[in-house]
Design a protein around this ligand. Sequence first.
Ligand SMILES: Cc1cc2nc3c(=O)[nH]c(=O)nc-3n(C[C@H](O)[C@H](O)[C@H](O)COP(=O)(O)O)c2cc1C
Length: 157
Amino acid sequence: MKVVIIFDSIFGNTAKVAHAMADAIKTNVDVKAIQVGQFSDEDLKDCTHLLIGSPTRAFGPTSAIKQMLANLDRNSLQNVKISVFDTRMAIDEIDVKILKFLEKRLGYASDTMQKIIKRRLKKQSVPWSSYIVNGSEGPLREGELQRAEAWAVEQIQ
Ligand SMILES: Cc1cc2nc3c(=O)[nH]c(=O)nc-3n(C[C@H](O)[C@H](O)[C@H](O)COP(=O)(O)O)c2cc1C
């Protein structure tokens, strides 16, 4: 089993989530957490599980993650299980009505990543999870790293 975690992160929260996931599974599997800018197709050689994480920015993933998804090699991912995760603000902390409305309609980074992966890579099921940061830049809410660790373990069962 080889797990690759590709992530983007502006303030460091999604990076923390990605590394916590890698640490949680590293005793049993070959796992690498790679910042999206450092990722190349070569990293996917023999990959069995791919986890992709992005901060939610303007209701979707970062442009670097979108670009990476647009360029992923379909053929090498046919038998790879792909799961996605994001970080986001707590909707209950947003007191601007229009933002709350848009967020409910347009969603988060995971929604867009799921859609792109289903459409481009013809994956029927793309599990996802999401971790909350305090304010707009973090830090992560208490307990979120533990939730991320448990989720990563679940993805490789
Ligand atoms: C310019 C900007 C846009 C953002 N847009 C959203 C958004 O649409 N929805 C949301 O839940 N959080 C939004 N956030 C909060 C980010 O999701 C948060 O900064 C991110 O999860 C932190 O992850 P990072 O430390 O890995 O960059 C935004 C933050 C910034 C600075």
